[in-house]
Design a protein around this ligand. Structure first.
Ligand SMILES: [Zn+2]
Length: 148
């Protein structure tokens, strides 16, 4: 209701959505609990649950969407963007612009940054002159006199 008040009012009164609405491509419906869901074209498909046939529509810029993305990202054990996105869709949520939201969350996730970060390497010093000069064996020899 916070974000899609106009669309919900239009659906309740049987009007068509405005063309500039972000939901017009999804042909949204309201269920018995007045939850906004994707209408889609699978209404006649009987072998599928209503959760995956009519997922719940959520806006991209909302705290609930962020919490859902974070939950499913942890549930798939910090896997990549496509697995997190697939888990969200399988659970019956349709977040508008979820790809970008999941990517931004993965970019900020501390565990993912630790797992996917590149290793640090030390800057090596310049080689000494005796190692760069071509010479016969045992020309430059060092003896570690007191080493164990
Ligand atoms: Zn992560």
């Amino acid at each position: 209701m916070e974000i899609y008040r106009d669309e919900i009012d239009s659906i309740k009164h049987g009007k068509s959505l405005h063309n500039n609405s972000s939901l017009s491509q999804l042909s949204p419906i309201l269920d018995v609990d007045d939850t906004l869901r994707v209408g889609g074209r699978l209404r006649n498909y009987k072998d599928c649950s209503d959760l995956s046939k009519h997922p719940i529509i959520l806006p991209k810029h909302h705290h609930i969407s962020l919490l859902i993305v974070r939950h499913f990202h942890e549930k798939v054990a910090h896997q990549g963007r496509s697995l997190t996105d697939g888990a969200i869709r399988t659970a019956g949520f349709w977040i508008l612009g979820s790809r970008r939201l999941v990517s931004s969350l993965l970019h900020k996730c501390v565990i993912c940054r630790k797992l996917r970060g590149c290793f640090g390497c030390q800057q090596m010093a310049d080689l000494p002159q005796d190692r760069l000069t071509p010479s016969p064996p045992f020309t430059f020899v060092g003896v570690d006199t007191f080493g164990p």
